[in-house]
Design a protein around this ligand. Structure first.
Ligand code: ATP
Ligand code: MG
Length: 426
């Protein structure tokens, strides 16, 4: 009988191994803390929603809905979809629970998203987003504050020198519709120069032609009408006010008239943070204003602003820029246990120390063995120190402390001195 083949994870859906989870946890804790620094509260939504939710929000003729969604019929014959993004679910939840009407809400979420794309570095079929949404505020003060929040994230993660903010305004629906007509007329005169994708989009979603990655298409776009020429006073004032606030806060940005985003629900402000340190998958964070979506999904008209960032891309960036050295190892102190008296006493001591220093990470050696073997394990655990307990130490109520990472000499400390030593490691 042939040996059965080992099962593999689904292509584009990755395990996050223990050697990586510490970086993830560091990133996640910065995201959570910074969100709370600005008064945002967490919301958790289901991973599966009705397919109609995404069709109605993201738009029928977007890449996501046309070709990237994991859609299936459940046993009742209902069409369900693994969420490709979080904003639609967040609005659905807000409407369903009456969180949005006539009030201000500041929410964030984090979790897996699913898109059937071609897997490559920085692009996966299950990936993770952190997203943040503010509801009920129409003025550009919230646009500015949320962009400042993202800038703070990069500073706190140590990558601010490697990212650039791109900014644009998409105008109101009416302004964009007028522009759309002018753009289609222009594109018709250039049809012979467009690729198949752009020819198709010219009729379904012409603004998307603007952010085509094809250089030939970009060349054909020289002389195209500008969306900003169609802005009314209010749109212009909103955008100017945002720019002024960013200037005052010292946040640099690049105006990019071609930035249109791949989801249909945006109006006015849109932005992306991009980097050149990730190759082709250069966008780490993207968002903007979506004042029409709440009403479109059945709620009362409510202005909104939000963004999502890709956690895998952040982790890749931190790793390739070697910004992960200060990530705390899994274990602070490793207890080496030699002889029967120590075997009996070690767990009780470790329990006391964990009680006294709740944040400490203490690992007791299990499975016996000599000092050399145990110290090898201690080193591998990443611990800063080994706490050695032998017959003599137990008799003297002492621990021999061996420093695993620096030049410091080993020393004997009384049991009661260990908690302050542990606290200093955190
Ligand atoms: P891209 O242009 O890279 O396809 P997008 O415009 O489709 O991105 P959004 O829907 O705006 O992306 O999602 C916000 C962020 O989520 C992106 O900026 C990116 O960091 C991340 N992201 C999107 N799709 C993926 C994916 N398939 N794998 C990993 N991260 C992703
Ligand atoms: Mg995409």
């Amino acid at each position: 009988m042939s040996k059965s083949k080992a099962l593999q994870a689904i292509r584009g859906m990755n395990d996050c191994l223990p050697s990586e989870t510490n970086v993830w946890q560091m990133v996640e804790s910065v995201l959570r803390r910074v969100a709370s620094n600005y008064g945002f509260a967490e919301i958790r939504m289901p991973i599966v929603e009705s397919t109609a939710l995404f069709k109605r929000s993201i738009g029928e003729v977007t890449d996501i809905v046309e070709k990237e969604m994991y859609t299936f019929d459940d046993r009742n014959g209902d069409s369900l979809t693994l969420r490709p993004e979080g904003t639609a679910s967040c609005v659905r939840a807000g409407n369903q629970h009456g969180l949005l009407y006539n009030q201000e809400q500041r929410l964030w979420y984090m979790g897996p998203m699913f898109r059937h794309e071609r897997p490559q570095k920085g692009r996966y079929r299950q990936f993770h987003q952190f997203g943040l949404e503010a509801f009920g505020i129409a003025t550009p003060d919230i646009d500015a504050e949320i962009i400042l929040l993202t800038a703070r994230l990069w500073r706190e993660l140590g990558i601010n020198e490697f990212v650039t903010l791109e900014l644009n305004s998409l105008g109101s629906n009416e302004e964009r519709a007028n522009y759309r007509d002018a753009l289609v007329s222009f594109l018709m005169t250039k049809e012979a120069l467009l690729d198949d994708d752009s020819k198709r989009r010219m009729h379904t979603n012409p603004l998307r032609v603007l952010d085509s990655k094809n250089p030939q298409v970009q060349e054909a776009l020289v002389g195209a009408p500008k969306l900003s020429d169609y802005f009314g006073e209010e749109t212009q004032a909103h955008f100017d006010s945002l720019c002024k606030r960013l200037d005052a806060a010292g946040v640099k940005y690049v105006l990019n008239e071609r930035l249109v985003r791949g989801l249909d629900y945006y109006n006015r402000t849109v932005f992306e943070w991009v980097t050149s340190s990730l190759g082709a998958q250069g966008t780490i964070c993207a968002g903007g204003r979506y004042d029409g979506l709440v009403e479109q999904l059945g709620g009362k008209a409510t202005p909104a602003f939000g963004f999502a960032l890709g956690i895998e891309r952040l982790v890749l960036m931190l790793t390739s820029l070697e910004k992960v050295n200060n990530v705390r190892p899994q274990v602070d102190a490793y207890i080496v246990i030699l002889g029967e008296a120590a075997e009996i006493k070690a767990n009780a001591l470790a329990e006391q120390w964990r009680d006294l220093v709740p944040e400490s990470r203490i690992q007791c050696h299990c499975g016996g063995g000599n000092m050399k073997k145990q110290l090898k394990r201690a080193d591998k655990s990443g611990a800063q120190i080994a706490l050695i307990l032998g017959e003599n130490e137990i008799a003297e109520k002492q621990v021999m402390v061996k420093y695993l990472r620096g030049q410091q000499e080993q020393q004997n400390l009384a049991f009661e001195q260990i908690p302050s030593l542990l606290a200093a490691l955190i």
